[in-house]
Design a protein around this ligand. Structure first.
Ligand code: CU
Length: 144
């Protein structure tokens, strides 16, 4: 009996099958978390504007569950701040959501009035940028 010889090949096979690295993790609103964006505490449009979300990334809504919640909604309901028929409801106060598909993911707070006050965020998941199509031709070696 030697080492557990089956483990390493298994791991290598897994690595070959799943070469995708783990996605990034974003705390929505950073240190402000998920809250009413009053008094300039946080601006969720601004928060998303300098980020690029990809499939596999995780966004975390961190908030006081007695005061707020998270509703994933349709584009139309996002626009109208309508939380009455959410796609998914979250209310743990610390909800980690894996962005599994490309396109927009719309979230808002379902507490009356909060979305209207700006407690809504549009997460746009974009493809990874493709690798360069062609490498530039090597520079000619200049003669002496
Ligand atoms: Cu709220």
């Amino acid at each position: 009996m030697g080492f557990a010889s089956t483990d390493l090949p298994t791991l290598l096979m897994m690595a070959a099958l799943f070469p995708v690295s783990l996605g990034a993790v974003y705390m929505v609103g950073d240190s402000a978390g998920w809250t009413l964006p009053i008094l300039g505490i946080v601006d969720y449009n601004k928060w998303t504007s300098n980020k690029t979300f990809h499939v596999g990334d995780i966004i975390i809504f961190n908030y006081k569950s007695l005061i707020h919640n998270v509703r994933e909604v349709t584009p139309q309901n996002f626009k109208n701040c309508n939380a009455t028929s959410p796609i998914v409801s979250y209310e743990s106060g610390f909800d980690a959501i894996t962005l599994k598909t490309l396109g927009h993911w719309y979230f808002l707070c379902g507490v009356a009035g909060h979305c209207q006050m700006g407690m809504k965020v549009d997460i746009k998941v974009t493809p990874f940028s493709p690798p360069p199509t062609a490498s530039p031709a090597p520079a000619p070696i200049s003669g002496a």
